[in-house]
Design a binder for this molecule. Structure first.
Ligand code: IVH
Length: 667
């Protein structure tokens, strides 16, 4: 490449990489994969090494991206928080090992191999056994002080065990388990909110919430991978971490000390498949020289340590043909384009479909039916289309236009200004929307009608028997018997289940109605704030937003719902069927616990946890979500986490067993 051309390309790459850094660290909404990012960065590194005079101090090769968002106080790290060199293949790992052996003039290097957790880096400072400061990586030099938020993490003990040094720093990764992520997304889906892309993005977003009480509700976790003591207590990295574990800190159990590079490669190969059984995402393995004196001898480059490297697990990419695009209609009417692909094998499974998300994404890819496309599957389970093989496109292939009418009911689609998603506005008659609403109504967290599943909702709708949620309660056994493959026994069972659901409390009924943005928690808040549906249906914006956690968007949606005469008809019919539309007066059985906050944790012998919760409330007490200085009792069952116990102990919160608790209520 000629100098002027190289200069132009360097400028372009630098500005692209800076933008991608911002999208990844600050917005937590990356547009490209790690692999694509690393490829661009490598290209820039290569060009800069050919034309070193074009290197600027703020080039992305010289600096790490910053996660700082300006909402928190920032503070300088005691030692810079560096990133790591990356490699995607074993060959480069062997070269890394060769460089180290040469520099240290030894034959075999001892490495610590650790899973690379896909979350966000954090530095913790401990003094006298207590966490005094938590700082995000930021730009590597200074980061955001998020101590209060980090203190909400359930697996960090409030007080360390004896033996911990007076003062030290330890670094690690904050992340979210896939289960917690899925639960959070299910809640968002239930209230019609946009879904989060992956656990890493939510973990990063959660840590940057200003209100720590909100952070406490997010299922975040932490694992620590780097200890820095004041004086050199340990001769190896792994020893420091093993000690830290005995102080009560969460240190991964999966790390291994490996002698020589062959053992390291065995470790990677092993985890390349085993990682899918983990409860969290890992995108590779970090290989570190274990001896601290050797680490010191090797030192750092401007950006990375010479004694460590990250091996990234391969994301598999394949090429296949786009056979067509189909469009799915969700419960809320949101239209999702889906790529129908010529079946292709990726990481052991056959991929036939991939989500295209929305019309913006289709435009960004400029994807057209008949194109050869790149499909990729990495840490995330859902395959994605990362690009089009433009060279193999036939020049006559027409530009792909988004559909204009609903594929199910042919109503013209709408798209609100500033929104990415198209919607079908025919909420009342569009079949998948109607069936989706029925499925939501019977759901476990809504009316919990277990005798009616998703399939039966669809059948009842197709048979013209149930067109809205009120129709469930008009069904008779003979209606059911007319359906295919239905016997007396199932018919009785189905009707029984439907009738039993009439006992569900108001907050569940309210959630079951499927009002947009009214998820489980919001439904509870509204039910208890307004006490009955009539008061709620008359509430104006002001009254609604006066309720804790209700904002204008939810208020607007509630008002719109009750404005609609057809919804009024449905509610009146449900009322006629004796569904509960009044919040049960929190039945009080006593006031032994008035003003007391009780945290319940563990497994109990006599009552279920839900029963115990109800008892606390019936006796005037409040349920606390985590042990804090405001907790009056910790009702502890078996299997309660040691960190909870330790926290209660350090705060002087008394423990109650189940029998002690029951005795207290008797007294
Ligand atoms: S060591 C100087 N160990 O990966 C040592 N990092 O690409 C630098 N990460 O910023 C970090 N698991 O956020 C290290 N076991 C592990 C890790 C790990 C995940 C993250 C960390 C770091 C990034 C580097």
């Amino acid at each position: 490449m000629q100098r002027p051309e190289a200069q132009k390309r360097i400028a372009q790459l630098s500005s692209d990489l800076r933008r991608h850094n911002y999208l990844y660290y600050v917005k937590a909404e990356p547009e490209i994969t790690d692999f694509e990012f690393d490829t661009l960065l490598k290209e820039l590194e290569n060009l800069e090494s050919q034309f070193p005079d074009f290197i600027t101090p703020d080039s992305p090769t010289q600096k790490v991206g910053s996660d700082s968002i300006g909402d928190f106080q920032t503070e300088k790290h005691q030692r810079p928080m560096l990133s790591l060199g990356n490699t995607y293949n074993a060959e480069e790992l062997r070269e890394f090992d060769a460089r180290i052996r040469k520099a240290l003039e030894i034959d075999t290097v001892v490495y610590s191999c650790e899973l690379k957790i896909d979350g966000l880096a954090i530095s913790l400072q401990y003094e006298k056994g207590a966490l005094v400061k938590a700082i995000t990586r930021g730009d590597g030099v200074q980061g955001d002080v998020v101590t209060e938020n980090v203190k909400t993490l359930r697996n960090l003990p409030p007080k360390l065990n004896a033996g911990a040094p007076q003062k030290f720093e330890i670094r690690g990764e904050i992340f979210m388990h896939r289960k917690g992520f899925e639960r959070l997304n299910a809640e968002r889906a239930a209230s019609g909110q946009a879904l989060y892309a992956n656990p890493r993005n939510v973990a990063s977003g959660s840590l940057k919430i200003k209100d720590s009480r909100e952070v406490a509700k997010r299922p975040l976790d932490i694992l620590l991978y780097h200890y820095y003591g004041e004086d050199q207590m340990f001769s190896s990295h792994s020893q420091g971490l093993n000690e830290a574990r005995t102080w009560g800190l969460p240190v991964p159990e999966t790390s291994r000390v490996c002698k020589g590079i062959d053992a390291v490669i065995d470790f990677l190969k092993d985890w390349e498949t085993k990682r899918h059984d983990l409860s969290f995402d890992t995108d590779g393995v970090v290989v570190k020289v274990d001896s601290i004196s050797q680490q010191e001898e090797l030192g750092f480059t401007a950006k990375i340590p010479r004694w460590a490297i990250a091996y990234k697990f391969p994301t598999e990419t394949a090429q296949t043909r786009l056979l067509g695009i189909s469009y799915q209609v969700g419960r809320t009417g949101a239209i999702t384009p889906v790529a129908e692909l010529e079946p292709v094998l990726l990481l052991g499974t056959t991929v036939k479909r991939a989500s295209l998300h929305n019309s913006n994404e289709m435009q960004r890819l400029d994807i057209r039916v008949g194109d050869m496309v790149y499909v990729e599957k990495g840490g995330e389970i859902i395959p994605k289309i990362t690009g089009v093989v433009l060279e193999s496109r036939d020049s006559h292939t027409p530009v792909q236009l988004f559909i204009e009418t609903c594929p199910e009911c042919h109503t013209p689609l709408v798209r609100a200004e500033g929104e990415a998603q198209h919607y079908c506005p025919n909420t009342r008659q569009c079949p998948p929307q109607v069936v989706g609403k029925l499925e939501h109504f019977i759901g476990r967290k809504a009316m919990d009608i277990q005798s009616v599943g998703s399939e039966l909702c669809e059948t009842l709708y197709r048979a013209g028997l149930v067109k809205n949620v009120a129709d469930f309660y008009d069904l008779t056994e003979s209606d059911i018997l007319r359906l295919d493959r239905m016997g007396e026994k199932s018919a009785t069972n189905i009707i029984k289940g439907i009738n039993e659901s009439k006992m569900q409390p108001f907050e569940r009924v309210l959630f079951a109605l499927g009002i947009r943005f009214v998820g489980e928690t919001v439904a509870k808040k509204l039910a208890f704030a307004f006490e009955d549906i009539d008061a709620l249906s008359l509430a104006d914006t002001e009254a609604l937003i006066a309720v804790d956690e209700i904002g204008e968007r939810i208020a607007e949606s509630v008002i719109q719902y009750f404005k609609d005469p057809e919804n009024q008809i449905i509610i009146n019919r449900l009322k006629a069927h004796d569904l509960i539309f009044k919040a049960e007066k929190q039945e009080t059985k006593g006031d032994e616990l008035t003003g007391k906050v009780i945290v319940i944790s563990g497994v109990f012998e006599i009552h279920s946890r839900d029963e115990l919760k109800a008892m606390v409330e019936a006796h005037g007490g409040k349920i606390g979500s985590g042990v804090s200085s405001k907790t009056n009792f910790l009702l502890a069952g078996s299997g309660i986490g040691p960190s909870k116990l330790a926290k209660a102990e350090s705060l002087g919160v008394p423990l109650l067993s189940e029998t002690e608790f029951l005795a207290l209520l008797q007294s």
